[in-house]
Design a protein around this ligand. Structure first.
Ligand code: ADP
Ligand code: MG
Length: 248
């Protein structure tokens, strides 16, 4: 199992107010799954993504990523696990504005201490994979939104992470570019990549292999694509394959 979460809670304390952003999440994600986590604004999606990506730790519960228990670790250990296992793609791309596409993609390898020549070769290969061979020397401001996001995806992949985590990856894109990004995720998934995409857009979510719905800090539905395609009236197979968890 790539990801195992049990009874994960996250409570934010800001001054006198406490917000229970996650109220007991149980989630298993297998290698080479392609999961969309979908829910309205404020439902806890980003909180869940931060925990999945070891950017933050839960208030309580158990989390295992690639067999490693992520609990009671200091910031350095967390960063180490993160760098080894996770590639991030964010809504606002998070690219360095004064660096070229190639330099942006090289960055994780620089942190990883990969020698210059190898760094360059791997970053180039990754940019070719996302169809940006002819944009390597462009800075982010010289690229379209869809191209910037593809640079960000190349950067997320260059370390060959066990899992790619994307938080609203199409949020700042027009719908054509957004669909291009989701198509790219589909290709990466077909090539064996494990992907978790977070979105508030059900239409985009439905392009993934599995859709997990979150409301008010709880998982309310968890469904596979095959089940969704079959979930027409009278389809008993769909009912069996879908696990709906209704909580009061
Ligand atoms: P989503 O990504 O689905 O919009 P979030 O995970 O960002 O939801 O937020 C879930 C809840 O937790 C919201 O009520 C939000 O206000 C609260 N929250 C998120 N981050 C923090 C934080 N750093 N401090 C306090 N409250 C937070
Ligand atoms: Mg969010």
């Amino acid at each position: 199992m790539m990801i195992e979460m049990r009874a994960i809670r996250k409570v934010y304390s800001t001054g006198r107010v406490e917000v229970e952003a996650l109220k007991g999440i149980d989630l298993d994600i297998e290698r080479n799954d392609y999961v969309a986590i979908v829910g309205p604004s404020g439902s806890g999606k980003s909180t869940l993504m931060n925990l999945l990506g070891c950017l933050d730790t839960p208030t309580s519960g158990v989390y295992r990523l690639s067999g490693e228990t992520v609990f009671g670790l200091d910031r350095n250990r967390l960063a180490e696990i993160r760098n080894r296992h996770v590639g991030f793609v964010f809504q606002n791309f998070n690219l360095l504005p004064y660096a070229s596409a190639l330099e942006n993609v090289e960055l994780p390898l620089l942190f990883g201490g990969v020698p210059t020549k190898q760094r360059r070769e791997r970053a180039k290969a990754m940019l070719e994979k996302v169809d940006l061979a002819d944009r390597m020397d462009h800075r982010p401001t010289e690229l379209s939104g869809g191209q910037m996001q593809r640079v960000a995806i190349a950067r997320a992949l260059v370390n060959e992470p066990a899992i790619v985590l994307a938080d609203e990856p199409t949020g700042n894109l027009d719908s054509a570019s957004g669909h291009g990004i989701v198509g790219l995720f589909r290709e990466l998934h077909d090539a064996g990549q494990t992907i978790v995409m977070i979105t508030h857009d059900m239409a985009l979510a439905s392009l993934a292999s599995r859709v997990v719905q979150i409301r008010d800090g709880q998982i309310v539905q968890d469904e596979r694509a095959a089940a969704r395609e079959l979930s027409r009236p009278g389809s008993s197979r769909a009912a069996r394959r879908s696990t709906t968890r209704d909580r009061p």
